[in-house]
Design a protein around this ligand. Sequence first.
Ligand code: O7E
Length: 212
Amino acid sequence: MADLLLALDVKGKAEAVRVATACTGELDAIKIGYPLVLSTGLEIVKDLAKSEIPIIADFKVADIPNTNSLICEEVFGAGCAGIITHAFCGSDSLAACVDASHDHGGVCFVVCEMSHPGALDFLSGENAERMARMAKAAGADGIIAPATRPERTATLRTIIGSSMKIYSPGVGAQGAQPEDVKKYVDGIIVGRAIYEAADPKAAAHEFRVRAR
Ligand code: O7E
């Protein structure tokens, strides 16, 4: 049984609020990232907060420890409940992000293996497994692992155990189905298949039911 996270990669406040409002009652969290925040500013977090579900900032943080901490301050100061970081900058950068998140009462998720074909160049295999171990050692709240490669997500689950969460993108537009991964993960991340649907609420409802 997995939660449903909407990847709200639309542009502008009006469209973001339209989709989020349409999906009221069908989502467990909303993930915002560069496409939306660069078009609206971080104030969009306050507008989306009316939906009363957690807002997770997908900034795939990847910098030196001090910069990562400063990014976390802004994200949590704006009202986000969580942040998503990369791990490939190393254990000190990752620790800074995890610690700053916890200092602000938030959660930190770590990208380990990505969902797209190009992930096989670097962000997969042994590298992903090392990053999953690093995420666990850093005290992260969870990892990101691909719905498009469920067998890899299953492997990463064995590394992190059951005390950390896995959120999994790739369902819908990238071809994966909720049924492919729901037994390995705590949440599926769905973007285009919901926000581009003629009826986003109906689409969200169907994904939520299928993820259960
Ligand atoms: O393909 P869509 O439209 O369903 O959108 C998927 C979303 O998940 C989109 O925001 C993309 O940036 C994100 N994502 C992936 O698609 N693949 C990954 O490997 C990782 C992410 C992601 O969200 O990383 C942090 C969670």
